[in-house]
Ligand binder design. Structure first.
Ligand SMILES: C[S@@+](CC[C@H](N)C(=O)[O-])C[C@H]1O[C@@H](n2cnc3c(N)ncnc32)[C@H](O)[C@@H]1O
Length: 139
């Protein structure tokens, strides 16, 4: 489904970071970040530019390719990984776990993915989610 969505246009999202990410993370010391459902990389790029080493995850080939293109000058700070997070999850612990607008139009076990995300937060790390069912996607 997400490949179909990305196939609708050369760009779906704005390329800008989510405002809540900027608000919250601006006050944190950079470390290791996990961006779940990175899409076209708006958050990943912002994090890498602000000193974070980012593991950026998405299920969609096109999302990962566009995110890599958007971060071409930052690739040494970013590890792109393809996962269907309901099946596999990145290894490791992270100082920051972000899952902005990670959602699915089809039935999926979101709670398990969020529990797994919370378990990947390092001792003094931060995790949050904006809302359970976003009213609309950022465009
Ligand atoms: C609404 S977009 C949000 C993209 C980005 N976080 C942003 O805020 O611009 C949701 C993203 O989650 C990804 N996604 C959805 N289900 C997923 C899953 N099960 N595993 C990994 N990624 C998934 C989609 O491919 C899509 O890129």
């Amino acid at each position: 489904m997400w490949e179909d969505r990305y196939g609708e246009s050369d760009r779906i999202w704005s390329g800008e970071p989510n405002i809540r990410l900027v608000e919250i993370v601006s006050g944190l010391a950079p470390g290791l970040a996990l961006d779940l459902g990175c899409g076209e990389g708006g958050d990943t790029v912002w994090l890498a530019k602000h000193g974070w080493r980012v593991t950026a995850v998405d299920i969609a080939d096109t999302a990962l390719r566009r995110a890599a293109e958007a971060s071409a000058d930052l690739l040494e700070y970013i590890d792109f990984q393809q996962h269907d997070l309901t099946k596999t999850f990145p290894e490791g612990e992270y100082d920051l776990v972000s899952a902005h607008f990670l959602h699915s139009p089809t039935e999926w076990d979101r709670d398990s993915v969020m529990r797994r995300a919370a378990a990947s937060v390092a001792g003094a790390g931060v995790t949050w989610r904006l809302m359970r069912t976003p009213p609309r996607c950022r465009a």
